[in-house]
Design a protein around this ligand. Structure first.
Ligand code: 3HC
Length: 311
């Protein structure tokens, strides 16, 4: 019976067992996974846009090779996560259509413009640093294909994070103008990064149920705190100051105190009012349309080889 299946599912979650694609799962569990995982996959793909714009402006061959590799990694991350979502019975074409129709989200981080080359370093240091705080717990998510995709993604995010920090370190060792660029960049990206963890727990629609299903292992506020605890000493070592006057080590809590971002601003951004949203979606729509011939050719090739022996 349905009740029996549900009880068995709950028992497996409670025992910390992985749920696999062919296992029975409640419809809400499947829907929550599709929602959260597609937001993740779309973020990886949309996130390529602001960084790719700067490949042609890299100040050296070395920086160009690093940035190219990073942008390609993001495409790979999007593809792993889309493939993991396909195991839930939704195909990638449909997910792309739902993104373009405004029915699914991508991280609001990418609704902000990249203004200087320092931003390339800051996005990697802070944005990928925050992504690590979001994704390391997801390696223990109850849905097998999602958890396994996260392992490899997290390894690559660590490389992204470090190369960003290394770029900023090089700039901080440069001229006064370069140091000012890093500080200015940090001031613009700090609050958008703090928003990456979603609304405070008390205002989060999905946290309680996702924690119960072990899709989420750590709450939004806990992940935000972890991020601050990681980024604050790194900023200090770099010689820059995040734009939060309340940011300081609290020896009693053994955590940094911090100010929350402006949640009204967050609501405005995720309601589709981000300054670059229309541009990001139009670009995605255009490249998707222009790539139609590649999908058609791949399908024709697969059909021609159907039934042929794979050697
Ligand atoms: N941007 C846009 N929307 C956001 C958001 C953000 N930063 N944070 C939360 N939201 C939305 C949620 O989608 C939800 O809207 P919905 O009900 O319409 O779907 C609403 O705000 C309420 O948030 P909840 O806390 O209830 O939502 P979740 O339980 O899903 O928690 C989350 C939010 C912690 C971001 C979770 O979805 C998550 O862990 N996602 C996977 C990680 C991820 O998305 N990573 C991508 C980051 S970017 C990246 O990796 C690229 C890197 O290279 C920079």
């Amino acid at each position: 019976t349905e009740a029996g299946l549900e009880a068995e599912f709950e028992a497996r979650i409670a025992a910390d067992e992985r749920i696999e694609p062919r296992d029975w799962m409640p419809e809400g569990y499947r829907r929550t996974l599709v929602r959260q995982m597609s937001q993740h996959a779309h973020s990886e793909i949309i996130g390529m846009q602001p960084e790719a714009e700067w490949i042609g402006c890299a100040p050296s061959l070395r920086r160009k090779a690093i940035l190219l590799a990073k942008v390609q990694d993001e495409a790979g991350h999007g593809l792993y996560v889309y493939s993991a979502i396909e195991t839930l019975g939704v195909d990638r074409a449909e997910l792309t259509e739902r993104l373009l129709a405004g029915e699914q989200r991508y991280s609001a981080l990418f609704d902000h413009p990249v203004r200087t080359y320092a931003d390339v370093g800051t996005i990697a240091w802070l944005g990928d640093g925050a992504a690590i705080c979001l994704q390391v717990p997801a390696c223990r998510a109850s849905y097998g294909p999602y958890a396994r995709a996260m392992f490899r993604i997290c390894k690559e995010e660590s490389f992204h994070h470090r190369q960003g920090y290394e770029l900023l370190t090089a700039m901080m060792r440069g001229t006064a103008e370069q140091r000012a660029m890093v500080q200015e960049s940090l001031e613009r990206w700090w609050w958008p990064t703090m928003m990456m963890f979603g609304p405070p727990n008390a205002r989060s629609t999905h946290t309680e149920r996702s924690m119960r299903w072990r899709i989420k292992r750590v709450t939004n506020d806990e992940m935000r705190q972890q991020f601050v605890d990681m980024a604050a000493p790194q900023a200090e070592a770099l010689g820059v100051r995040p734009p939060d006057p309340a940011l300081r080590w609290n020896p009693e809590r053994e955590h940094y105190d911090y100010t929350d971002p402006d949640w009204a601003d967050f609501e405005r951004l995720i309601s589709g009012d981000g300054p670059l949203r229309a541009q990001r979606i139009a670009h995605r729509e255009r490249v998707h349309r222009e790539g139609a011939w590649v999908r058609e050719a791949a399908l024709a090739y697969a059909r021609r080889n159907e039934g042929a022996e794979v050697g």
